[in-house]
Design a protein around this ligand. Structure first.
Ligand code: AMP
Ligand code: GLY
Length: 422
């Protein structure tokens, strides 16, 4: 039996652990959450404590470590595991710069001819401010480094752009991550999430998905980590997919090999489809959350073997299949999210929701308090359903979501709107 350690504590990690366990692996999660304990053994080790994660992997003598979030990847967890002789799914710290530095990734796109919005780089807030004031058009301001999904300001006016520069560069809300900013042209079009398993220049695409980043119905309100996702999105036609592969995936992987930092793991490309052509918004060096939940619900085959093969660079043997024609997931978030939120509120109805046909509830910001499940994070649960169509998956996910209660629960009612007919 394969023994796997999943690093992280979100809905993504619960979905990976659930799928690995279904495939017959012995699964451990560190640190995990209130739901992962049902499919795996939780270990109270922080995801970003590289030394402690390596020690745990050694102690458990796992065959594979699957690293969920970006921070430990950027911190070099996969390098440290390799030094200890442990197979790990995920990129090295150097290759993880594709997500760890937006300026690095933008310069790589530019050099490799990957389509993306026009941009300027600033290390001086006064110069950045002057540029935004002179531009007279909407711009997007991005902190260079990791900012837990909060370092991007899509500014409609110069004042909004300057407020973003203040937060990032003058108030240093994200510390060193905001020492430099990227100021981009604004693109308009549907967004898609495209995931590929990679090893050097070899790659295997996974099914496409679409996330919903804004808090409110109709894509309004503040950006979040993602309020729901579905797969497959209709705007990723065969033509769009061919363009993504030829214009984005292949030149990106080739450029990484040429720099001496080949990418191994899952590359999740955030794209906008502008007039039928893909434009890259960002690279991520891990599975999206909640995209991963939507993908794992459809994935057929042995995930442990697939990820181990990818980790070893043996992609030729990998051929993921997609069982259910469609999947859709809805995030239930805490009151106040994406701002500050209360913790410790009692959650009821998860078992009832899980009993609906085609439904699996993945847990994120939860923990067990004795016998009781309580909220412990901003995004609390990801209610995921498969179906014959996006409409069917949506109907099932919402029926199940409505069986779950906790005080102040927030959810979007329109996940999948770009694909729903009903
Ligand atoms: P990022 O973390 O770079 O993907 O940005 C977060 C979100 O900001 C994206 O999912 C988009 O919704 C939005 N965004 C980023 N870059 C642009 C852009 N150039 N034009 C329009 N929206 C953008
Ligand atoms: N759902 C978007 C992300 O994981 O970055």
């Amino acid at each position: 039996m394969m023994k796997v350690l999943v690093v992280g504590s979100g809905g993504r990690e619960h979905a990976l652990a659930w799928r690995l366990q279904r495939d017959g692996a012995e699964v451990h999660v560190a640190p995990g959450n209130g739901g992962t304990g049902a499919v795996a053994t939780n270990h109270a080790v922080s995801a970003t404590d590289v030394d402690a994660q390596v020690a745990l992997a050694k102690e458990l003598a796992v065959d594979l470590v699957v690293v969920g979030p970006e921070a430990p990847l950027v911190a070099g967890l996969v390098d440290a595991l390799a030094d200890a002789g442990i197979a790990a799914f995920g990129p090295t710290g150097e290759a993880a710069r594709l997500e760890g530095s937006k300026i690095f990734s933008k310069e790589l796109m530019d050099a490799a001819g990957v389509p993306t919005a026009g941009f300027r780089i600033f290390d001086d807030p006064d110069a950045a401010e002057a540029y935004c004031r002179d531009a007279g058009r909407p711009l997007v301001v991005k902190a260079d480094g990791l900012a837990a999904g909060k370092g991007v300001i899509v500014a409609k006016t110069a004042d909004e752009a300057v407020a973003g520069i203040d937060t990032i560069m003058r108030e240093k809300a994200f510390g060193d991550a905001g020492a430099r900013v990227l100021i981009e042209e604004t693109l308009v079009g549907p967004e898609v999430s495209y995931h590929v398993l990679c090893s050097g220049e070899a790659y295997v695409p996974l099914a496409a998905a679409q996330d919903h980043k804004r808090l409110g119905d109709g894509d309004v309100g503040p950006n979040t980590g993602g309020m729901g996702a579905y797969s497959p999105p209709p705007m990723v036609t065969a033509e769009v997919e061919a363009a993504i592969r030829a214009q984005v995936v292949e030149p990106t992987l080739k450029a990484m090999v040429e720099r001496g930092t080949p990418f191994r793991g899952v590359l999740f490309i955030g794209l906008m489809v502008v007039d039928g052509a893909p434009q890259v918004l960002e690279y991520n060096v891990r599975f999206g959350d909640p995209e991963c939940e939507a993908l794992m619900a459809r994935f057929e085959g042995n995930l442990a073997e697939t990820l181990l093969a990818a980790a070893k660079g043996e992609l030729a043997s990998v051929d993921p299949q997609w069982g259910a024609p469609a999947s859709l997931c809805v995030v239930l978030a805490s009151e106040g999210y994406p701002g500050s939120y209360p913790k410790g509120r009692a959650i009821t109805g998860v078992d009832a929701a899980n009993a609906f046909e085609g439904v699996t509830v993945f847990q994120a910001g939860t923990r067990m308090e004795g016998e009781h499940l309580v909220t412990a994070g901003g995004r609390v649960l990801t209610v995921t359903a498969v179906g014959a169509s996006i409409d069917e998956a949506a109907a099932r996910a919402y029926e199940a979501a409505d069986a779950i209660h906790f005080e102040g629960r927030q959810l979007r009612r329109d996940i999948g709107w770009q694909a729903r007919k009903g």
